[in-house]
Design a protein around this ligand. Sequence first.
Ligand SMILES: Cc1cc2nc3c(=O)[nH]c(=O)nc-3n(C[C@H](O)[C@H](O)[C@H](O)COP(=O)(O)OP(=O)(O)OC[C@H]3O[C@@H](n4cnc5c(N)ncnc54)[C@H](O)[C@@H]3O)c2cc1C
Length: 391
Amino acid sequence: MKNYDADLIIVGGGLVGAALALALKNTSLSIILLEGREPALDFDLASWDQRVYAISRASRKLLTKIGAWERVRTERLSPITSMKIRGDAPNAKLEFNALESGVDELAYIVENRELQRALWLALADSANVQIITPAEPESLAIDHDAATLTLSDSRELRARLVIGADGANSWVRRQMQIEAHSKPYAQFGVVANFSCEKPHYGAAQQWFKTDGILAWLPLPQQQMSMVWSCDESQKDELLGLKPELLAEQVAAAGHRALGELKLVTPPAAFPLKLMQIETCVKTRLALVGDAAHTVHPLAGQGVNLGFGDVAELANLLTKTHPERIGDLLVLRRYERARRESVLLMQTVCDGLQQLFNNQNPILKSLRNFGLGFTDALPWIKRQLIRHAMDS
Ligand SMILES: Cc1cc2nc3c(=O)[nH]c(=O)nc-3n(C[C@H](O)[C@H](O)[C@H](O)COP(=O)(O)OP(=O)(O)OC[C@H]3O[C@@H](n4cnc5c(N)ncnc54)[C@H](O)[C@@H]3O)c2cc1C
């Protein structure tokens, strides 16, 4: 029996799943997008989301192509025009700026919810995408002819291909018994937003400290978003502080580079881990985004890797005859195309995390020397920045 409810079902309508559905909008493929929680599209514009992302130039290109970027409101966007990275010795620094890289900006900072809203609005008038939310998938079976997904309301959906875009704890991945190798960092990303006494001029700042990695990302309206990757006890301490004391501690940790700070959005914490899987494809199955890989947020590349998956998979699916989109041989091309970029980013972020989360005095001197040395070599700096912008 070969009647299908759709050519493909995407489980998870977060940034990556929604972007994939949008990248396939107006193609001949029929799509069902299942999302557990309907995202809030109408939120209080006086507030700011704790989750913000540094969107690389490559991701912006994809988001522009699929019609999402134009829906991100400019007043919610902040371009990064320079980056200042500091080690834990006074002269250990590395600086990049857009001008010397020959571009207007290195990346853009945007809130999670604003980007989610843009993607969902752009999806609204898709003739070939059916959205089911809230949806609770209960079982997934794959056989020679189809992938069959049963929802908790007993609806049965048959498709040629199922995509798991359902995040780091992917239900789809578990159903398909794809083993995930996780390496918890024993660290949490503590995030919060602050208004600043001094302007940031579009600079992203990062301090590699002995007790963690602190990043300040520019937000509109003279505000900044913090990601402090630290151990559990420090996370508990930061979350337990009164707003003024938290602002004081964060300002002091960043050497008051933006003067005094005032808490705008209360802090939240996310456990950090590296997650790798043996394969991201099986017959009639592909995984994208955090369902397929996670990285330490020190380079702000997690969702950018997911958008890289989207660009590659959408390109492959649109060039393949619909009858063949579930073939393992076809899907393996997606896996091969993504393997190197994902592994490289995971290895670099993991290596940096280990290098800086280490009290060994030799390593400490080496890493600080490395930052200063790289800063003094314009060619290497240009290569590094090109890779970060365009990956
Ligand atoms: C502290 C921190 C800071 C970060 N900073 C950055 C940054 O600056 N830049 C960057 O690129 N990345 C960053 N990341 C990484 C980024 O958050 C993730 O890579 C990104 O959110 C992954 O998107 P996703 O759509 O794959 O998964 P998710 O965002 O996890 O979305 C999964 C979606 O699937 C839905 N879902 C889950 N299960 C089901 C189910 N069974 N049925 C139906 N729907 C389901 C969920 O409701 C959700 O909407 C950061 C991460 C952390 C922790």
